[in-house]
Design a binder for this molecule. Structure first.
Ligand SMILES: Cc1ncc(COP(=O)(O)O)c(C=O)c1O
Length: 471
């Protein structure tokens, strides 16, 4: 046989092997599809010619246009998506102006800490930027295990597992652990990422009144249905309101109702407790009594990513079965190493956490004295100033920016209509003078807007809509 004939024979054989492999894969897929069809017992409707929906016709897009049009007509600048020209902390630079900044997650001022930067540089030099694969296959790097061991030790639990974002952590963990036969009960103010996880899980969802353990008990007592598993989700410090979960009262219900308790520590890691260990330290609770500790790496640890900490079995299940872990790239090694370095500082310098607490309570006290409505805030990392009207909140943010302060408005749908606010993120790095100045100006500017009756109430929405549709 000539070389050419040999080559043709080999390629013919390879093609037939490929074909048979594809056939086998297809058969498996088709039979599971047939099973699914049989299960749902749905009749296959005859094909209908459908017109494709244009993105331009989506109501969501029309809403974006309406908001843009309304702010142009009213001469209100858009406070969102403003680019910062430096690493934002207690101060920032926007449009070349240095501003006092209350819009950064960098709670303990670690984003530019020399130790964190050195670890980041070393890791980039050794590993580049990306993990370049899912950890399961080829993306595992030493920085991952180091971070996970550190987090587990921090909570005094057996194990932890890291994901590429905080948001994904909630989505992946909740949807992995819960399914259509299960029940999730959550605080009504829980973060959108947890809601997304619950939705994806297909579990039955019930909410209880904000931070009300009695209402939680009522829900647990009255839900009918024989659920396989029950999960209760709360936040250590609530992201929009800044109050602290009543963890001791909720934990008392565990023995009777047999649920897993998940605590989202996004805004409480490094903040609550004498050494900044979070909600368990704040209440003097044994951390092993909480089943699922969740946290983000984007806030106190000035990186990006999220984690779940708890038992070894929990971590093993997530590593084996959570879609957002298995089918997603590993956390960038540099981000894992930076987060570990931030944990170093957090543990070595508890005075940072103490400074944040001092600043938080000073802000809260001054705001109350100035007659500002700080809602439910307990005066730690998050202090909202409730404004009510969305337009007024946006304008207040713009007026403060004009006066040299960056604080962002939170409006519907992030909070219920009529509950718009400015959210101040407090850091250990703010000075007393910055806080005093900010509270005084906020009170002054809000008073001016209120006296002018500035807000949605003074806008003729219908006329605005007519103008928009006439364009
Ligand atoms: C309570 C809470 N959980 C989860 C997340 C998501 O975290 P990340 O922004 O790190 O993805 C956030 C974000 O701010 C949050 O506030």
């Amino acid at each position: 046989m000539s070389k050419n004939e040999e080559g043709r024979a080999v390629s013919k054989m390879t093609n037939s092997v490929k074909q048979s492999l594809l056939d086998r894969m297809r058969n498996t897929h088709q039979s599971s599809e047939r099973n699914r069809m049989a299960r749902t017992e749905r009749e296959v409707a005859p094909p209908v010619r459908r017109k494709q929906t244009r993105f331009e016709d989506l109501p969501e897009y029309k809403q974006v246009l309406t908001q843009k049009f309304a702010s142009e007509q009213l001469g209100i600048a858009n406070p969102f998506y403003r680019a910062h020209q430096t690493a934002a902390g207690a101060t920032t630079v926007i449009d070349g102006r240095k501003l006092i900044n209350f819009a950064s997650y960098d709670y303990l001022g670690l984003n530019r800490h020399p130790h964190v930067l050195a670890q980041a540089h070393d890791t980039i030099n050794a590993f580049g930027i990306s993990a370049s694969a899912s950890r399961l296959v080829a993306g595992e790097r030493p920085a991952h295990a180091e971070l996970e061991e550190r987090i587990a030790a921090f909570y005094g639990v057996e194990s932890s597992v890291c994901f590429v974002s905080g948001y994904l952590t909630n989505v992946a963990a909740i949807s992995c652990l819960m399914g259509p036969k299960d029940l999730v009960v959550h605080d009504e103010f829980i973060h959108n990422s947890a809601l997304a996880g619950i939705k994806l899980s297909g579990a039955t969802r019930r909410l209880f009144k904000h931070n009300d353990a009695n209402d939680l008990e009522h829900v647990l007592r009255t839900v009918s249905g024989d659920y396989r598993r029950i999960l209760v989700i709360v936040e250590g410090i609530y992201s929009m309101d800044g109050d602290v979960a009543n963890l001791p009262a909720i934990m008392k219900l565990k023995a009777e109702y047999g649920f897993w308790l998940m605590v989202d520590e996004a805004h409480s890691l490094g903040i609550l407790g004498k050494r900044g260990r979070g909600t368990f330290e704040h209440f003097g609770i044994d951390p092993t009594q909480v089943d699922i500790w969740m946290g983000t790496l984007s806030k106190t640890t000035s990186s990006c990513g999220g984690y779940i900490a708890g038992s070894a079995a929990l971590a093993a299940v997530l590593k084996a079965s959570a879609g957002g872990f298995v089918y997603s790239v590993g956390l960038a090694p540099v981000l894992a190493a930076s987060a570990t370095a931030s944990f170093d500082i957090l543990e070595q310098e508890p005075e940072r956490s103490a400074a944040l607490k001092r600043n938080g309570s000073l802000f809260l006290k001054l705001a109350q004295e100035a007659g500002l409505d700080i809602g439910l805030s307990a005066g730690f990392s998050v202090v909202p100033v409730l404004v009510g009207d969305s337009l007024r909140a946006v304008q207040l943010s713009n007026d403060l920016m004009e006066a040299g302060i960056n604080a962002l408005p939170i409006i519907h749908p992030a909070v219920p209509e009529g509950m718009a606010r400015l959210r101040f993120f407090i850091t250990s790095e703010h000075t007393e003078e910055q806080i005093r100045h900010t509270v005084t100006l906020t009170a002054e500017k809000l008073k001016e807007l209120t006296e002018r009756n500035f807000g949605l109430a003074s806008v003729d929405i219908q006329q605005m809509m007519n103008m928009l549709s006439a364009r």
